[in-house]
Design a protein around this ligand. Structure first.
Ligand code: ADP
Ligand code: MG
Length: 281
């Protein structure tokens, strides 16, 4: 991972608000908010001027308490939700020169299907629970234009094997699976079109600790094998510590600190980060 290498993803001043704002909160310079919320008009500023780079082969951790805007950021990047304003550039897309948020919905679909994979905290959002597991994977491959059934079956079973779903269970629906297995099917689906970027939103939250460790270990191995770039969101600094090269700390919709994970753990600057680090010890 060379720091001289161009970023694979650049995000500039991403903003997402719910509500249209009022004269008390419209000006970002002197906004008076209660956390991320304008008490005068009820507008929620979920993401405020989020700016960062993701480098090839890097795992960037995004940590912050519940409500700090992590999932909103991920939803905006995967076009699940529209940004209020901001820019994002992908190295492998139009040579990194086109703001993704300005693209047509058809182009956004292309980007989602070919250049990104996403794993949701809630598997219901990422999988059809009643389809077969291999069918769930095929769905993403079909969305990317694949038509060769035999090739998709071969790729699907290879992926499921990689995430340690036994071959004889591939035709089974995710609703029959444990939480850890459902997340592994989501990971296989997300990887199906060889995307350079993976978005992981609280993938292990709510799983038993031993299952959580297995899934994190799987992600670590896949990341090394595929040298894929990952945005890893968690409210748990312990999860971030296991996987992230660099870390970004969010609070009330803002990035309050970012840097090498080791440095943040050793010498946290922001009071909120200090509190997070101390609670790890
Ligand atoms: P996190 O993932 O860090 O827990 P979220 O991104 O889910 O945080 O939420 C950030 C903030 O945005 C929260 O205050 C949440 O209530 C608010 N929010 C998220 N979605 C909506 C929505 N559709 N309408 C209004 N507020 C929302
Ligand atoms: Mg969330």
């Amino acid at each position: 991972m060379g720091t001289m290498e161009a970023p694979i993803l650049t995000v500039n001043n991403l903003n997402k608000q719910f509500g249209s704002g009022c004269d008390q909160c419209s000006n970002p310079a002197d906004r008076r908010l209660d956390k991320n919320y304008c008490p005068a008009c009820g507008t929620v500023y979920s993401c405020q001027n989020i700016t960062f780079d993701l480098h090839p082969g890097e795992v960037l951790g995004i940590v912050g308490e519940s409500g700090s805007g992590k999932s909103t950021l991920m939803r905006c990047l995967y076009f699940d939700q529209e940004v209020t304003s901001g820019e994002a550039y992908l190295g492998p897309y139009k040579e990194g020169r086109s703001n993704l948020f300005r693209e047509s919905s058809q182009q956004k679909r292309y980007i989602r299907n070919h250049l990104m994979g996403k794993v949701y905290q809630n598997p219901v959002l990422g999988l059809r629970m009643n389809f077969s597991s291999i069918g769930n994977i095929a769905e993403k491959m079909i969305a990317a234009g694949n038509r060769n059934v035999a090739a998709m079956e071969a790729r699907g079973s290879e992926l499921l094997e990689r995430v340690h779903i036994p071959v004889y269970r591939m035709k089974e629906a995710p609703k029959n699976f444990s939480g850890g297995m459902q997340q592994r099917v989501q990971i296989a689906k997300a990887l199906s079109n060889h995307p350079p970027i993976l978005l992981l939103d609280e993938v292990t939250t709510g799983l038993d600790l031993s299952v959580q460790a297995n899934v994190l270990d799987l992600i670590k191995h896949l990341q090394r094998e595929l040298s894929i770039s990952i945005l890893l969101v968690s409210h748990d600094l312990g999860v971030i510590r296991m996987l992230a090269n660099r870390t970004m700390v969010m609070l009330d919709g803002r990035v309050v600190e970012q840097g090498l994970t080791d440095q943040i753990l050793e010498d946290p600057h922001h009071a909120y980060t200090q509190q997070l680090v101390h609670s790890l010890l």
